[in-house]
Design a protein around this ligand. Structure first.
Ligand SMILES: [Zn+2]
Length: 402
């Protein structure tokens, strides 16, 4: 089947708009008094300039989600969504930057600054992609453009959107995070568990009158390695996401100022990273059993708390949205698409978990440059991603891929 497609033209202003976004320090930083509001305002004004009617929802004070529905005017059809986050992580130590993190400077074809890759270029690209498609003529269905808050924190924006029915009827979401042009059909799960062991405080000279929780938390931290070996052997290595990890990241108890005191409480915290098929509830059960056994053996008690639970998510590579993206990548870049996985979690994880919607992650910028000093994105990659997004939306909505 041949399909007539009008020329899609990407406006070069997408680069300038990325620079404007990078120049806003949208770090959620209550001490410095910065948040996502200024970046949200800029996105809102661009959407209005495009003739869209964005909805602004304050999720927390000064922290609004911005969502616009763009109807193609070509009759009923699927709903495709694009998602990006407005917040960035802190610039960290300024001395480690050789450029102004909020300068948006372009040097040798690279646009520098905090958020240039993660992910203001992705936000700019999704806006200009939808605009390009709109200018090319009517299309069937609708596109929802979503710029959310707090991805780098607790993902409050994505949680709020999913909980308030913001994904109802949506057939798929393209999450525009920096993945180096890889089509990421899976993302790792994350589970954070805190274990407090409660004993009895006593003088170091008379330990027989206390119950020391420290050896028990140390044994639990060591147990993680054995448990990880067991889980890895059971689960196997995922082709895109690699292995399961069970990492103790915090071990605390007692104080250096009071070395003659047996502390009443000691804590170990675990950062568990999983792949599809791994049952988080079973991991929590295993940690709880181990904690209780080790605590009992030491005469102390264990208290286990799940601090965060984000499942590993996966979308079928044959999902029409993923196929449209792959075909668009091929058409725009002339290269075969590469498939990959997201090592951490994204807003897409929450959208899939809480709203059951299919998500795929693809966007401009290097995977590993995010959160680093001298973060940058290749300017050509911004233009290319914009064209791929527009082409993917056109193919998905016109049901060329089914
Ligand atoms: Zn990001």
């Amino acid at each position: 089947m041949t399909v007539e497609m009008p020329q899609l033209v990407v406006d070069d202003d997408v680069v300038d708009f990325t620079q404007q976004l990078v120049r806003i320090r949208s770090v959620y930083d209550p001490v410095a008094g910065t948040d996502e509001s200024a970046a949200a305002e800029l996105v809102v004004s661009k959407m209005r300039e495009f003739g869209w009617a964005p909805t602004v929802t304050e999720v927390a004070p000064g922290r609004p989600n911005v969502v616009a529905d763009v109807d193609g005017g070509g009759g009923p059809g699927p709903i495709l969504a694009f998602e990006g986050h407005l917040d960035v992580v802190t610039e960290g130590n300024m001395a480690t930057w050789t450029v102004d993190p909020y300068g948006g400077e372009i040097r040798d074809g690279r646009l520098y600054g905090r958020g240039s890759a993660d992910m203001k270029s992705g936000v700019a690209a999704m806006l200009y992609a939808v605009r390009a498609l709109q200018l090319a003529g009517p299309f069937a269905g609708r596109i929802r453009v979503m710029a959310l808050i707090d991805e780098e924190g607790m993902m409050l924006g994505a949680k709020h959107l999913a909980a308030s029915g913001g994904l109802e009827g949506v057939d798929g979401v393209i999450v525009c995070e920096p993945e180096e042009g890889e089509i990421c059909t899976s993302a790792k799960g994350a589970l954070r568990v805190r274990v407090d062991m409660h004993g009895k405080m006593a003088h170091g000279a008379m330990p027989q009158h206390g119950r020391n929780p420290l050896p028990a938390v140390a044994r639990l931290a060591a147990w993680c390695g054995d448990y990880q070996d067991k889980l890895q052997a059971e689960t196997g290595t995922h082709p895109h996401l690699g292995d399961v990890y069970v990492t103790p990241t915090v071990l605390s108890g007692g104080s250096l100022e009071q070395m003659n005191v047996i502390p009443a409480v000691a804590t170990v915290a675990l950062d568990v990273r999983t792949v599809p098929g791994v049952d988080h509830a079973k991991i929590v059960e295993a940690v709880t059993d181990a904690a209780n056994d080790l605590a009992a053996a030491a005469g102390v008690t264990a208290e286990v708390a799940v601090i965060d639970d984000r499942p590993s998510v996966e979308v079928d590579p044959d999902h029409p949205m993923v196929r449209a993206l792959a075909e668009a990548h091929r058409a725009v870049t002339g290269e075969e698409p590469r498939y990959g996985g997201v090592p951490g979690s994204t807003d897409g994880t929450v959208l899939t978990r809480d709203a059951g919607v299919a998500t795929v992650v693809y966007g401009p910028g290097g995977k590993w440059i995010a959160h680093q000093s001298d973060e940058y994105v290749e300017v050509d990659e911004i233009r290319r991603a914009t064209a791929v997004f527009a082409e993917a939306a056109r193919r998905f909505l016109s049901r060329v891929v089914e």
